[in-house]
Design a protein around this ligand. Structure first.
Ligand code: AR6
Length: 174
């Protein structure tokens, strides 16, 4: 599995699936969640409402992931995950790692061969980028066979100085 860190907008990534740093309601929000919903169009919100009516009436739990279609986005699927909110005392980094792991498992089960992640938790939810990078690296650098079928994982960061932070975490975990 190739792992790359790029500076950019996740909504324009031409990969099989992108990950959304959502909240438990799955009904949209600010940050990358807002950007993804705007770019995907109203069909994405309809899919999310349908998930709330059916499998997740109480909302998607922190650390879990679920997929929808991607509608007007250039990818095929959106994998929604919910990071731990540090401002609400959710300070266990294993929950961050769980977001990366569960998103990968969902992508793998769909047959998505490429997946782009944002820096889950590193915005509104208050995590330092180093912690997010470490959580991502821990999950992504398990032996390659564990993510069979996923050929590419792209970590898409929104700030130039975070490229180095994520690359350094990957180097340390390798
Ligand atoms: N492409 C890539 N990264 C982006 C983009 C983009 N278009 N836009 C923002 N980021 P956040 P969280 C970066 O706050 O911390 C939402 O309201 C951003 O700079 O989006 O998990 C949800 O609904 C930051 O580095 O996610 C939840 O309520 C990173 O994405 C809550 O925020 C994550 O920031 C989730 O908070």
């Amino acid at each position: 599995m190739r792992i790359e860190v790029v500076l950019g907008d996740i909504t324009t990534q031409t990969v099989a699936a992108i990950v959304n740093a959502a909240n438990s309601s799955l009904l949209g929000g600010g940050g990358v969640d807002g950007a993804i919903h705007r770019a995907a169009g109203p069909g994405l919100l309809q899919d999310c409402r349908q998930l709330r009516r059916t499998v997740y009436p109480q909302g998607l739990p922190v650390g879990q992931a679920v997929a929808t279609a991607a509608h007007d986005l250039p990818c095929r699927w959106v994998v929604h995950t919910v990071g731990p909110n540090r401002h609400r005392g959710q300070t266990d980094p294993n929950l961050l790692a769980s977001c990366f792991r569960q998103s990968l498992l969902v992508a793998q089960s769909l047959g998505a061969d490429s997946l782009a992640f944002p820096a889950i938790g590193a915005g509104v939810y208050g995590w330092p980028p180093e912690d997010v990078a470490r959580a991502a690296a821990t999950v992504l650098t398990v032996p390659a066979t564990d993510w069979a079928g996923v050929a590419l994982v792209r970590l898409v960061v929104f700030r130039p100085d975070w490229v180095e932070i994520f690359n350094a975490a990957l180097d340390r975990a390798a």
